[in-house]
Design a protein around this ligand. Structure first.
Ligand code: FAD
Length: 503
């Protein structure tokens, strides 16, 4: 006897097989592996995938764990390296740099937040930097690595990490995972989308005439947005007035020396450049604003600063910043680039894919498609996109650079009201907005605020209840202790070679 509800979704069709398609397929197949719903993924090798998307944030490891994937096996299969944070260079002023590390910054002083105690120390003239107390930042700067949970009794235990991955190998790995759990893969180009009388999607038709029907469709067709955009015409909120970059040029290179355990993000004349070290090669790209930088200039900037030999011709990727007003419309959910895009400064796109499917599973419908589920899904997902947009704008809006037309335009760009409110609150006494599951935790906002020179006018008055000597002595002892503990760790390269060598 079937336990499935008579009105349950019987068939899901995923259109597109880039990172979005295969992460979606893996997550859905994990849920439906016992049966009850068929899953088919359609992709076209001729169209191909975008193939970038190599830097992740810590929840990516939660995704792997939730799928029962062994982390070490995944690292070996995708030639991944460890990421302790992002190093930003030249953002506030040319020559300045700061780290956005994962994990904690300092330890709490009883009920008081470390950051507040540090602010008080700064007000009294203490010479320390905020990141002297962040284990992730200290490890990253020293090029060291250790799994933080294996160093729990030391100050290192508070660090956190993510991975740098080869996007194509990730898609390949997850494809094997999903196919082993019953996902059917169909190769070919979708040429038409056929709708029911109410406008919902009934089936897709392939170029060769085959038709694939479904109850529920996931649009993973990348920037094309074949179902959510071209067919359902779901409006797109354009944020390119707040974030000016609209194009990237990317190239892969040979590694030179050991891979560093952080993503490099260096501000350039008309945007910013990344370097992402994997085990077998490095990913490089220049995200720029085409109003101020030509393709030839962008290519020259990127190629002129490569550390290793280029392994491919540079590839240009145009993009539009913003999000669909509704990521779930009728019986279609947009996951990945089809739903929206924000420049990859904080490596959030793969995370939004995981988040999108995670929320979908929480609000999973039956064939009635109750609008209440859809509304809540859309509210929650758009809130995530807005939070990321605000966080990215923060990296720009306090710059003191005015050396190029791009940076002068950045300084004149509008700032979202929600970010203005966050900054005003922070400037008042270093507090941050409270939210149940905000994407970026306090240390992330504190790191970027501090890196961009946003210091609260005063610390929270409650911190005055701690004797200042206690604060200063703790700071004086813990920074050298952390630096010494980190100095004894293996280098990132040594750690990889020993624990996760290439197969
Ligand atoms: P695509 O990779 O474009 O896949 C689309 C799929 O749809 C393909 O399989 C294609 O064949 C299929 N398709 C399209 N049309 C049809 C059709 N008509 N018929 C059949 N199949 C079709 N993310 C991060 O998390 N970290 C990063 O560091 C990062 N860096 C980035 C840098 C740049 C410059 C860009 C542009 C993006 C970056 N991203 C990053 C984002 C990341 O690359 C994407 O979020 C991710 O790859 C998901 O892409 P996708 O699967 O939505 O689209």
């Amino acid at each position: 006897m079937s336990h499935t509800h008579p009105n349950a979704i019987r068939k899901i069709v995923i259109v597109g097989g880039g990172s979005a398609g295969w992460i979606t397929a893996a997550m859905l197949s994990h849920y439906f592996q016992a049966g009850g719903c068929r899953i088919e993924l359609v992709e076209s090798e001729e169209i191909g995938t975008i193939g970038v998307g190599e830097s992740t944030i810590p929840p990516f490891l939660r995704l792997l764990a939730s799928l029962g994937i062994d982390e070490r096996e995944f690292i070996q299969a995708t030639q991944a390296s460890f990421k302790l944070g992002i190093r930003f260079e030249d953002w506030r002023r040319v020559g300045d740099r700061y780290m956005h590390p994962f994990g904690v910054i300092g330890g709490p002083f009883g009920p008081h937040e470390f950051y507040q105690c540090w602010l008080r120390a700064k007000a009294a003239g203490h010479p320390s930097g905020l990141h002297d107390f962040a284990p992730g930042a200290v490890m990253a700067e020293q090029g060291k690595f250790m799994l933080p949970f294996k160093a729990e009794r030391t100050l290192i235990g508070g660090a956190n990490y993510a991975l740098h991955v080869d996007a194509r190998l990730v898609a390949r790995f997850l494809r094997d995972y999903a196919e082993a759990r019953g996902v059917k893969r169909t190769e070919g180009i979708v040429s038409d989308v056929i709708t029911h009388a109410d406008g919902s999607v009934a089936k897709v038709r392939m170029k060769d005439g085959r038709e694939i029907e479904g109850d529920f469709f996931i649009d993973c067709t990348g920037f094309r947005g074949l179902l959510i955009g071209k067919t359902l015409e779901t409006p797109f909120d354009d944020w390119s007035d707040m974030l000016l970059c609209d194009r990237a040029v990317v190239v892969q290179t040979e590694n030179v020396g050991a891979p560093h355990p952080y993503t490099l993000s260096k501000a350039e004349a008309g945007g910013w450049r990344w370097r992402i070290p994997l085990q077998h090669r490095a990913g490089n790209g220049y995200v720029f604003c085409s109003r101020f930088v030509s393709d030839d200039e962008a290519r020259a900037t990127l190629l002129g600063q490569l550390e290793g030999r280029a392994l491919m011709e540079p590839m240009f990727i145009p993009f539009k910043t913003g999000v669909r007003q509704r990521l779930w419309e009728k019986n279609v959910v947009a996951v990945g680039l089809s739903g929206g895009f924000i420049e990859p400064l904080e490596s959030t796109a793969l995370h939004l894919i995981y988040r999108g499917v995670d929320f979908l599973l929480r609000f999973f419908p039956d064939r009635d498609f109750d609008p209440a589920l859809r509304e809540e899904y859309n509210r929650r997902m758009v809130a995530d996109y807005e939070e990321i947009r605000d966080f990215i704008v923060l990296h720009y809006c306090k710059t003191q650079r005015d050396d190029t037309p791009f940076w002068r335009a950045v300084r004149a760009a509008p700032i979202p009201e929600s970010l203005k409110e966050r900054m005003a609150l922070f400037e008042a006494s270093g507090v941050l907005r409270e939210g149940v599951d905000d994407m970026f935790r306090n240390p992330s906002w504190q790191s970027v605020m501090e890196g961009m020179g946003v210091r609260p006018q005063r610390y929270q008055p409650l911190v005055d209840t701690i004797p200042y000597d206690v604060i200063s002595q703790t700071l004086d002892q813990s920074a050298p202790m952390l630096a010494a503990q980190v100095a004894g760790l293996p280098s990132h390269g040594e750690f990889l070679a020993k624990h996760c060598p290439a197969p």
